[in-house]
Design a binder for this molecule. Structure first.
Ligand SMILES: NC(=O)c1ccc[n+]([C@@H]2O[C@H](COP(=O)([O-])OP(=O)(O)OC[C@H]3O[C@@H](n4cnc5c(N)ncnc54)[C@H](OP(=O)(O)O)[C@@H]3O)[C@@H](O)[C@H]2O)c1
Length: 287
């Protein structure tokens, strides 16, 4: 039976992958970052050589976009070097890898959805570290799968949907940027997408996966307010510049899902439908 090694199983995405792996009855091992620090090359090789899993699903990452600007070395150790090491170990011990990457590999200057072969040009250090990770992995283990996703949310961990839902249920005002266009991705949908790769083994390579449709963070916030019964007028639009964030963000990062859809893998639900489905759970978590 296929055994899955899941890395980052406590995160927003990893916890949904773990839930699904358990639900579908896959044989699996999901070490915490204390059990296995993927930045420790020796430990990583030892772990993989002992286990020799059929699949490695890597949801582990340095995900703090702003702190990657000031701690690039540390971010790169997890997002780039460890991912390359993972590829080398996978190659040595015959494991297939599914690795998660980001829309932040793009500069956001496009006016049409990015496909898998669109030119990459990160505008921040996090994106740079993730792009290096993709490259290092595909160099070491060319038959790997890289899934680029965007604006992830789920019931666990800190994320935009949770923050806004928290304000909405307290009828508080929210100021939200309206000049970044992309698509949110339900971690539950993406977990299904990842497991559909395990179950179907499509052609290896890079795939985009986010929810269908396009919106700004402001529009998402308005929908959350509506859905929880709060007044959407409490949400006001602001520009990204007014936030004075440390890291730049791409202004446009919509991902084309044409390749994914033509591969006969898991469905790509619309962002509104997936958000509506998960919102009651997010709200329940808050109370
Ligand atoms: N969040 C987004 O909006 C977004 C958007 C696009 C792409 N992505 C990508 O999607 C993937 C999943 O992101 P996420 O938001 O689910 O991440 P997350 O919630 O921040 O979780 C990160 C996970 O990585 C683990 N981890 C961090 N450093 C580690 C280390 N040295 N060794 C082992 N494990 C380590 C964490 O474990 P601990 O909890 O123990 O620290 C945690 O389980 C990442 O590759 C990310 O780059 C995320």
């Amino acid at each position: 039976m296929n055994q899955i090694l899941l890395l980052g199983g406590s995160g927003i995405l990893g916890s949904e992958v773990l839930r699904l792996i358990v639900l579908e009855g896959h044989d699996h091992v999901a070490p915490t970052s204390t059990d296995l620090d993927i930045g420790d090359k020796k430990e990583l090789f030892k772990f993989i050589s002992n286990l020799k899993p059929s699949w490695i699903i890597n949801c582990a990452a340095w995900t703090n976009v702003d702190s990657a600007e000031t701690s690039f070395k540390e971010a790169r150790e997890i997002n780039s070097i460890a991912v390359g090491n993972l590829g080398t170990a996978a190659g040595l011990f015959g494991c297939k890898v599914i690795h998660i990457s980001t829309d932040y590999v793009f500069d956001g200057e496009s006016s049409k959805p990015y496909d898998e072969s669109s030119p990459v040009k990160p505008v921040n250090k996090y994106g740079e570290s993730k792009l290096q990770g993709e490259n290092f992995l595909l160099l070491a283990a060319p038959d790997s799968y890289v899934i680029r996703t965007s604006w992830l949310y789920g019931t666990s961990g800190k994320n935009f949907m949770k923050t806004i839902a928290g304000k909405a249920i307290k009828n508080e005002e929210a100021r939200v940027v309206n000049d970044q266009i992309g698509s949110p991705t339900s971690a539950r949908d993406l977990a299904g997408a990842i497991i559909s790769i395990v179950n179907n083994e499509p052609k290896p390579g890079i795939y985009n996966y986010s929810n269908e449709g396009s919106c700004s963070w402001f529009e998402i916030a308005q929908r959350i307010y509506e859905r929880v019964g709060a007044n959407p007028a409490l949400v006001s639009p602001i520009s990204s510049d007014s936030l004075n964030l440390i890291a730049n963000r791409p202004r446009y990062s919509l991902l084309s899902k044409e390749k994914w859809k033509s591969s006969g893998l898991a469905m790509v639900p619309r962002w509104e439908d997936s958000l509506d489905l998960m919102l009651p759970e997010i709200v329940a978590e808050l109370s």
